[in-house]
Each structure stands twice: as C-alpha cells, then as structure tokens.
Design a protein around this ligand. Structure first.
Ligand code: ADP
Ligand code: MG
Length: 259
C-alpha cells in the first residue's frame, strides 16, 4: 500500500544497549510521527532528548526495540541508503579530497566522475567551496566542512532529507544565505525535509510544522503550524503573530532547561 506519507513512526520505542552493568535508558517511548511528502518539518527540543537518535532510526543505523517505521508509504526494515542524511558530526572521509567526498553518494549510485564531475564542481562553487576541491577535510574550517557534508546529503538518494543542525557552525550571514538556498532547493527538487535545530528563528523561518519535544523519553510532542506563506522573507518573523509564537516556544524550551 502506498500513501502520501514519506515517513511514519508507529509507536516506536528505542533504547541504546547499556554496557554490562549499566542499565539501558529508554530514549523513545511509543513515539508516533507522520511526515507528508513535500513537507518541511523542524524538530526542536533540549539537547540529549533524542532528536539525533530519531534520525539514526530513520536511516536504519539503529532499529526500534518496539514499533515500526515506514518509509515512502511502506514498512521498511532495510532503510540504509534510502534517505539523504547529514549527521550532526560530519562524517567526511579524511583520506578523500573535497570533490571525492561530495561525490560519494553519486558513486554509490553508480555514477562515474566522467559525466558528473562538472555538475559537482558547479555545486561546490555554489556552496562557496570553489578552489577547495583538491583539499582534504582537515584543511577546511568547521563551516566549510559542514557545507561539504550538506552538499553530500543533498546528492544522496531519495526524496527525504534529514539535516541534523546543519548550519550551527556558520556565521549569521552565511547561515541566512544557506537557509535561503535550502528553501530554494527544497522547492525546486520537491524534497521532504526534516531539520533538527536549537534555533527557534531558524525553525520558524524554514518550516511548515515545528515539533517541540519536551519529555524524556520522547513520547509526545507539541506541534506548531507556522502561519506564513511562501516564499518567505526573514522580516516575516517580525510580525506580532510570529513574535508571539516565538516567545511561547522560547518560554517552553527555557522551562525544560530548568528541570
Ligand atoms: P539530541 O540529538 O536530542 O541532543 P541524542 O539523540 O544525541 O540527543 O541523544 C539522546 C540520548 O542518547 C543522550 O542521553 C545520549 O547520551 C544517548 N546516546 C546517544 N548516542 C548514543 C550511543 N551511540 N550509545 C549510547 N547512548 C547514546
Ligand atoms: Mg543531536
């Protein structure tokens, strides 16, 4: 059966297995989530609450202890390689230069450099990485590495793109231009994006819906529909309606930190 849902979690529970004498801690407890095709959804929540773990489950790096995960409308236990994924810690390969790192997902999907090199070089230029294609990851700043990792996720297969705090190491100006670029690509390529951030403005500017997680283990969340049309401008966040939503969100996040 197919439907319009790109992703659904149906009562998913998960805990990392503890070492011998340690107890394993429950991170997700019967969590259900549905993401529709073409949506842009952000996940907000205190650090350590399990947001990155949700991504590790979606990508198939981890499997639920209970419950099921469906991708593109059908239950799927082999999920590796089916979504574009930018992890919180970039996983650039130290022994590959920047071009070869960016090229990796295309290589996995059977493309050769012969016919795709110019395309990747053009994208590297668009990402402000022109002239660095022959450098190695250790020669790049944190922000540049993030952009390579982001580009690699964009080139990954599938309609679903998982971005884990992708812009956290960027300065404000670069961050805004990357956010605008991301929205353009999202519309042009008709991707579905799930985006983890701790920046309330960023979540509101980008998303159709924001999920605010508060409890641990993650079991329910508060859902905020962002009342802005598209295309958006950063100034849209200054309206009284958005200011109110933002202050409510900040208030809730602050309460959790106090716990
Ligand atoms: P978030 O992304 O919301 O900051 P994470 O999903 O990274 O949270 O982590 C949730 C919890 O799971 C944290 O307590 C973290 O220490 C723990 N955790 C994360 N990764 C692992 C792992 N590979 N093995 C054991 N525990 C982990
Ligand atoms: Mg995280």
């Amino acid at each position: 059966m197919t439907n319009n849902n790109v992703l659904s979690f149906d009562h998913v529970s998960f805990s990392y297995k503890g070492k011998k004498q340690e107890k394993s801690v429950l991170i997700l407890d019967k969590l259900s989530i549905t993401i529709r095709s073409g949506e842009f959804v952000s996940l907000l929540g205190p650090s350590g609450s399990g947001k990155s773990t949700i991504f590790r489950l979606i990508t198939g790096l981890e499997q639920p202890t209970k419950g099921t995960i469906a991708l593109y409308g059908k239950e799927e236990t082999k999920r590796l390689g089916k979504v574009g994924y930018m992890p919180q810690q970039d996983m650039l390969l130290d022994w590959r230069n920047i071009l070869d790192n960016a090229f990796l997902p295309l290589e996995i999907n059977g493309f050769t450099k012969k016919n795709k090199k110019d395309y990747v070089l053009r994208l590297l230029e668009e990402f402000g990485l022109k002239g660095y294609e022959n450098n190695y990851p250790h020669q790049l700043s944190g922000g540049m590495r993030q952009r390579v990792s982001f580009l690699r996720a964009m080139l990954g297969g599938g309609n679903l793109l998982l971005l884990d705090e992708p812009f956290s190491a960027l300065d404000a100006v670069t961050r805004l231009s990357m956010q605008e670029w991301l929205l353009e690509q999202w519309e042009k390529l008709e991707k579905t994006v799930i985006f983890i951030t701790h920046d309330v403005d960023e979540a509101l500017f980008l998303s159709d819906r924001v999920f605010l997680f508060s409890q641990s283990p993650l079991t329910t969340f508060k859902e905020i529909q962002v009342p802005l049309s598209r295309p958006r401008k950063v100034e849209d966040l200054l309206s009284p309606e958005l200011t109110k939503i933002k202050s409510d969100l900040l208030h809730e996040l602050r309460q959790q930190v106090k716990l």
